[in-house]
Write a protein that binds this ligand. Sequence first.
Ligand code: FE
Length: 254
Amino acid sequence: MAHSHDHHNGGHVHHHGDHPHTYSQDPSAHNARMQSDDAYREGAVKQVEHDLDYYQVRMMALMNVLREKGLLTTDEMRRAVEEIYGQSPAIGSRIIARAWVDEGFKERLLADADAACGEMGVDTTGINRVVALENTDTTRYMVVCTLCSCYPRQILGQPPTWYKSFPYRSKAVTDPRGTLKDMGFDAPDDVELIVIDSNADCRYLIIPQRPAGTEDWTEAQLFQLVTRDSMIGVGDPLTPEQLEEAVQASGQAT
Ligand code: FE
């Protein structure tokens, strides 16, 4: 099975082809670390700036070629960028809240997530296939892409940085419970953790358990409880108490 990478610079390995790229091989970076943390940080910032410059130049050149050849218009590029920025975990939260209040919708979501997303006006055609998995009292799913960063962006927006990081991608598989603990989440001992490897052919949406004490809540209220992490399977939705605290905290901030 061919696993196509949907990005090239988010992972820990990147190849620049004929581009001279010496920072990672430069022993002086390590010496600098020995000398002082400040010098090390300065070097790290330089590398990020260096990489950014390179990719920006490369992107501009590519855009110009596409424009000149008449393959893409400026307007089409603008719309594509706007679409990416329009994607957010709130789309997924709407779907989960609907599944919590509408048993029939949840059944359809589990049977054919692409069709169920379509019902909600969410276009998942950019993903080969979306599969929804439901957490229970005894089973929890957590999603990882061990190879790169496959993620249901049309539903959850752009993946968080940790999702693309090598530590998460490797440790999630060998020690899921420890990985969750690292992330500040203690999975109950009596729950079986099932790690799901996301890939180019199939992306996953976790249906977390509906929090206790929300039996009379409306779909719009429930929506506020659904966190991004709960849909990746690395955390729980907010409890009503946590939502209350968050609302109060944001009120104080303004
Ligand atoms: Fe991937």
